[in-house]
Design a protein around this ligand. Structure first.
Ligand code: P6P
Length: 333
């Protein structure tokens, strides 16, 4: 089978379906190239002196790893000159980053979590980059934070890179989900997983069980039923995974099914969850839905949520349809 590079795939998609405007194709290729550079740093680890803390904090009040800052800088620098962006927003920055005045601007808004799961970096567990693309309101060349606050259903593209045993890039622009593996010798992303689909059913769930005492009753009920196994109401034994890296969990679910949950919990009632809507919940929900899965906050489709803040948080239940619909149904009971 001839190897199809990301560039060839995107050009053929544009030619065949016209679903990919040239400026969006350029943006995706630019982000993919930035993820190659991030993969290079992550894969070198201690050899490049990039492990450990940066000694700084981000807007979330989290201590930044050196690689959080490196990944953020790589994405900012790579995306400033292309002429297809009005602004960028990142988990690592409080306010949107405007395109410098001397650079051309375009219609897209790019959001990213430059290195998700970074608490895993120093212990060599998979981490990743998540990104989401929106369009700025018509003719707006000075986008503000308000212009980013669009529901996830308005995304025109989303994807993640997972830096693990293989470096992989997974993309959607509304025409299904496609996976590419990085050929390190050639330095190119090669199509290896055309048309990724989330299996409708599963026996595998992912949740941080140490938070159990903080969960709301519908989540307690659902987890208890799965733990009851084949003797319980669900009539089958389940297995559990928790990597503490959303990108790794979502990738596993795209490949073999499963349900990932980070529910709202009682630790901080002011926050509806831990994960961030704009650059974790929305892009992953778009990808999972495009692969035939379901993604809710327990009450509604994540992609229908009207954001009120760039860094607002969201409860996440995503993955195999049967299970996500079940646990979402328990929230209605
Ligand atoms: P906990 C990583 O920090 C992250 O944002 C997600 O990638 C991951 O699923 C979750 O938080 C892990 O959270 O509370 O288990 O450390």
């Amino acid at each position: 089978m001839s190897r199809i590079s990301l560039s060839r795939f995107l050009i053929e998609e544009q030619r065949q379906h016209g679903a990919l405007p040239p400026d969006l194709r350029l943006l995706i290729e630019t982000v993919a190239r930035a993820c190659k550079a991030i993969a290079h740093s992550v894969n070198k680890g201690a050899l490049a002196g990039v492990l450990g803390e940066a000694g700084t904090g981000n807007v979330q009040g989290e201590a930044q790893k050196k690689l959080d800052v490196i990944a953020n800088d790589i994405l900012l620098e790579a995306n400033e000159w292309g002429g297809n962006l009005g602004a960028m927003a990142s988990e690592e920055m409080e306010l949107p980053h405007s395109i410098p005045d001397h650079m051309p601007r375009g219609r897209y808004l790019l959001m990213f979590d430059p290195l998700d799961g970074s608490s895993n970096i120093d212990v060599n567990i998979s981490v990743g980059t998540i990104f989401s693309v929106l369009e700025a309101p018509e003719g707006n060349t000075q986008p503000t934070e308000q212009d980013f606050l669009q529901p996830g259903s308005r995304q025109v593209a989303a994807g993640y890179a997972v830096y693990g045993p293989q470096n992989m890039l997974v993309l959607t622009f509304g025409q299904g989900v496609y996976g590419f593996t990085l050929d390190r010798e050639l330095g190119s992303w090669v199509l290896t997983n055309p048309r990724m689909q989330v299996p409708e059913t599963t026996k595998e769930f992912a949740i941080n069980m140490s938070n159990m005492r903080h969960w709301e009753p519908p989540v307690r009920r659902y987890i208890d039923e799965m733990l009851a196994g084949s003797e319980g109401p669900l009539g089958k034994d389940y297995n559990m995974r928790w990597v503490a890296s959303m990108v790794a969990e979502v990738h596993r679910i795209l490949v073999r099914g499963g349900v990932f949950m980070y529910p709202k919990d009682a630790r901080d009632p002011s926050k509806p969850g831990k994960l961030r809507l704009m650059y974790e919940g929305n892009p992953m929900a778009f990808i999972v839905e495009q692969a035939g899965g379901v993604a809710t906050n327990g009450h509604q489709r994540i992609l229908d949520i009207q954001p009120t803040g760039l860094h607002e948080r969201v409860a996440v239940f995503l993955g195999s349809r049967e299970e996500v619909e079940r646990v979402t149904g328990y929230h209605k009971a």
